[in-house]
Design a binder for this molecule. Sequence first.
Ligand code: ASP
Length: 326
Amino acid sequence: MTTRRSFIKWSALSAAMVSVRNSSAKKFSIPSSVTKPIVISTWKHGQDANVDAWKILSAGGRALDAVEKGVMVTEADLRNLSVGLGGLPDRDGHVTLDACIMDEWANCGSVAFLEHIKHPISIARLVMEKTPHVMLVGEGALKFALDHGFSKEKFDRTPESDKAWKEWLKKAEYKPIVNFENHDTIGMVAMDVNGNLSGACTTSGMAYKLHGRVGDSPIIGAGLYVDNEVGAATATGTGEEVIRICGTHLVVELMRQGKSPENACREAVERIVKKQPEKSKNLQVGFLALNKNGEYGAYCLQTGFNYAVYSNEIKNEMIDGKSFYK
Ligand code: ASP
């Protein structure tokens, strides 16, 4: 029950929080040399996604809208075997999707183990905006999507993913493969003209995973983290290793300590190696980060990770991430 006393206490606390917010906004005010707007995203499919994000950013729109619309391009591309309903299924033939989104106020929303929905990122945004929760999973997430007017796509797998799964079933061996088609999440982070950051991350997860497995991509602080005072980061690769070190939260905290985006990503990768040196030789993990000055960088375990950058200076170019193992 809210007593008068607790109400007064709460009001005083809220007032204090507003003044902290105002003073921190001043403290972190952006120098004029900042590169903004800017959007960066993982892998080659990031280029197409960046195009739609850039339309919003270059028209003065909000980073949150840009990252949602951007990754929707990848989700809708049924040729993509690692994001959206075109993704490779789990061992039982189910395509289960994970996604999350986060804005400049640390509002965040997430869905995991979601089936039959074309745009999991939009459901994640709805969770953020229409519920008091952060994460919905499985049947509950599906029901929530349908209740909000989204339609259930009827097919279980595309012809391509069906064929690949049936081929896999012949041996049904599970070996995480470094860096190839079986993992390629899209993670995107952006800063808008107002200097505000947001991020989105969406995936069908690791191919042929156990039914019910959820990776890092929908976990705030693992697959994606945004702190508007400091920067934003996203991850791709073997989600279990990213979760173990709270990967993107770590990257953002390292940037807070003054590390450049690339060095922050490198230190997070080194943390993975240090914890499990042998295992890390056969896995891929890549981190991608953007700071409040519009500086960006990446680092990964194995060669082969690349990302797409779109700003006024760099028109949607692919850049190779440096790697721990050469
Ligand atoms: N990180 C994703 C997962 O573990 C997969 C990927 O990025 O390739 O589900």
